[in-house]
Design a protein around this ligand. Structure first.
Ligand code: HEC
Ligand code: HEC
Length: 607
């Protein structure tokens, strides 16, 4: 009898705990929604103030303070707005460049809108831009008002899910802050990104504070205090260090942002706020952006199985893949050169004419959503077939290749272990793609530094990192953590850029005739655009650029220091690289080179 009573009591107790938790979750969700709405309203108010000033015909230079206030107000709502806006950041704050849908139709070219467009109109006005400024303000205010309406009518039905998403959005925001925010990516002219980072973190701290009751209920008050303290320390650091060019990004990331994202990771586990991770580009099981597993392998690279990997490895060296049996993948993608070949351009299969482009590195190659310098291929497997067919590179005929592989007993054996059915092009491509998907590198001196070894980098390399991520603006295109064109914070797109790379370094104002991505899409906006390559192991892969025009990293940095092609007199209005000189001193240039060399990780040589 007593036993039954006790059991009933326990069930009731558990039930009421559950109810209690549910009502706490409900309160949290409501408080967050209310706070978000308040902050949306302040953002709207700041925009209306700017609009009001603009309508009084005040010159652009006097609109700057009001504009900066709008940006700060935006930073309070950014984490949720960016997260929910179809995983993009389209109309609030998109970079001021035209983009295009995958359809590649001229009619589908999309104009940019939002704060970065407004910034250019205010900071670099010309005679016609005032009308655009009016128009852009109207659009943005309308967007915010719509968001306010949606937020007012939204009542989170499943508050646990809502609260989970909020924490995930905060995690993504910390990544955004690290990879874009503090690099000045979205405020190139106003350079107010440190104050904006402060606003981001104030918002994060406030949102976190709404979870307090849940921590208390779960006996995790210490965990709560640790989170608030960690955020406050990051805020204090920003308060003390406000000079954009001198800001020590390495230290800030290492001591503040990484602990903060690690904390949010722990929180998701401890409070049962786990976010489904398998389909996302970001690996939610990693604690910080420079964790070697921060990107989700299964999202990018094909699933690897032992037997088909073995096939891929063998095929990578297989000369039967080329028309005259003289060349394998490894003839041009040589391991010791980070899978390049040390040449300006390799020779075509005929052995006489030159290839069109410099051989790119295959390090971390899978972690992109577009392949080749002109982004013409979207899948590693199709890319492989493309190379084999390519008349210049291998000139191979797939059905002949398959026939000859079938006749080799060692291949028949290997394929039988790995696959069901006959050898075919699909299996061949998958195996090679699996193999090149293993060419990863995430253990450079920089990674070791972030993993805890503070002696891994010397002072010049540290200075070089800080230049890379700050004054020299490199990280605004070569994004963390892979230093390639994979765009944070969602990592689902790979970008191309227009730099004005010259044909010949002696004539820096004459552009190389390769039209880049335009050749593939035929969209004007892609004239001379090239996919942003990855810089890990860059020391091993000279010469540089799609045409191999620069022999050394020093030459590359000189090119950037002078503002790319346009900065050196090239007629290239569409250049997306800022054409203002960087004004790097000799010491700064050499620090940058030293840092780039610290991105080497030759552990792949031993695989
Ligand atoms: C004759 C030299 C040569 C051979 C042989 C060769 N490649 Fe390449 N590879 C290149 C060049 C050059 C490019 C750049 C082409 C471009 O961007 O238009 C390239 C591009 C690539 C890319 C795209 C990299 C990126 O980041 O976009 C991959 C992947 C690749 N090759 C894999 C292979 C594989 C697999 C093989 C063997 C089946 C192979 N290559 C054979 C020269 C070669
Ligand atoms: C506007 C975007 C942008 C910025 C800013 C930028 N890069 Fe690049 N970077 C690119 C693109 C795109 C390429 C490839 C261009 C080509 O091949 O024509 C490239 C190529 C390179 C290469 C050669 C890679 C190879 O494999 O050949 C190096 C090295 C490099 N960048 C370093 C830097 C450094 C250092 C900085 C800062 C001083 C920097 N980049 C700033 C977009 C950018």
């Amino acid at each position: 009898m007593n036993f039954i009573k006790a059991a009933i009591f326990l069930v009731m107790f558990a039930f009421s705990l559950n109810l209690m938790e549910e009502s706490t979750e409900q309160t949290i969700a409501e408080s967050i929604s209310k706070y978000h709405l308040e902050k949306l309203n302040s953002f709207e108010a700041k925009l209306l103030e700017l609009q009001d000033l603009e309508q009084q015909n005040i010159p652009e230079s006097d609109l700057k303070n009001s504009f900066l206030a709008c940006r700060i107000a935006f930073k309070y709502v950014e984490f949720l707005v960016v997260y929910t806006d179809n995983f993009k950041n389209k109309n609030y704050n998109s970079p001021n460049v035209l983009s295009a849908y995958e359809s590649n139709l001229e009619s589908d070219v999309i104009a940019a809108h939002g704060l970065q467009v407004i910034e250019d109109l205010i900071y670099k006005p010309d005679k016609e831009s005032r009308a655009n400024l009016k128009q852009e303000l109207v659009l943005l205010i309308k967007l915010v008002q719509e968001e306010i309406q949606i937020s007012q009518s939204r009542k989170p039905e499943n508050s646990h899910l809502f609260n989970t998403i909020v924490i995930d959005a905060l995690r993504v925001e910390v990544y955004r802050l690290e990879a874009l925010g503090i690099t000045g990516f979205d405020g190139v002219r106003s350079k107010n990104s440190l104050a904006e980072a402060h606003a981001n973190l104030e918002s994060l701290k406030k949102v976190l504070s709404f979870y307090k009751a849940l921590f208390v209920q779960n006996n995790k008050k210490a965990l709560y205090s640790y989170g608030i303290k960690t955020t406050q320390k990051a805020i204090n650091y920003l308060k003390k260090n406000q000079d954009f060019d001198k800001f020590n990004r390495l230290e800030f990331m290492d001591r503040h942002l990484h602990p903060l994202s690690s904390y949010l990771y722990t929180l998701t586990k401890e409070l049962n706020y786990e976010f489904p991770s398998n389909k996302n580009a970001i690996n939610r099981e990693a604690r910080y952006l420079f964790d070697p597993n921060s990107l989700n392998q299964l999202y990018f690279a094909p699933l690897q199985s032992e037997h088909s990997l073995a096939i891929g490895k063998k095929l990578f060296e297989e000369k039967l893949l080329s028309s005259n049996h003289t060349r394998a993948c490894s003839s041009c993608h040589i391991k010791e050169y980070a899978f390049t070949d040390g040449l300006v351009k390799n020779l075509s299969i005929d052995g006489e004419t030159s290839l069109l482009r410099n051989t790119p590195s295959l390090i971390n190659v899978a972690y992109q959503t577009k392949f080749f310098y002109d982004s013409r291929s979207k899948k590693l497997e199709t890319q492989v077939i493309n190379v084999i067919h390519n008349d210049l590179e291998m000139g191979g005929n797939l059905s002949l290749i398959i026939d000859s592989l079938k006749q080799k007993p060692e291949y028949a054996e290997l394929f039988k272990k790995a696959y069901v059915g006959e050898i075919d092009a699909n299996k061949l491509a998958t195996s090679i793609a699996e193999y090149i998907g293993t060419f990863t590198s995430r253990n450079s001196k920089l990674d070791q530094y972030f993993a805890g070894d503070k002696t891994a980098l010397n002072q010049s390399e540290i200075n070089g990192f800080n230049l890379f991520a700050g004054k020299a603006k490199c990280a605004t295109c070569h994004f963390f953590p892979l230093f390639n064109g994979l765009v944070p914070p969602h990592y689902t797109d790979t970008e191309s850029e227009i730099l004005g790379v010259p044909k010949d370094k002696k004539n820096p104002s004459i552009i190389d005739s390769d039209v880049g991505r335009y050749g593939n899409t035929k969209l004007e906006i892609h004239q001379f655009a090239f996919k942003t390559p990855a810089l890990r192991n860059i020391e091993l892969s000279a010469p540089y650029m799609h045409n191999g025009v620069f022999a050394s990293l020093e030459e590359v940095i000189d090119f950037y220091n002078k503002g790319g092609g346009k900065g050196q007199g090239m007629d290239l209005p569409s250049q997306s690289l800022d054409s203002e000189p960087l004004n790097l001193s000799e010491q700064e240039k050499s620090d940058l080179v030293n840092f780039l060399k610290a991105l080497s990780d030759t552990s792949f040589l031993e695989k």
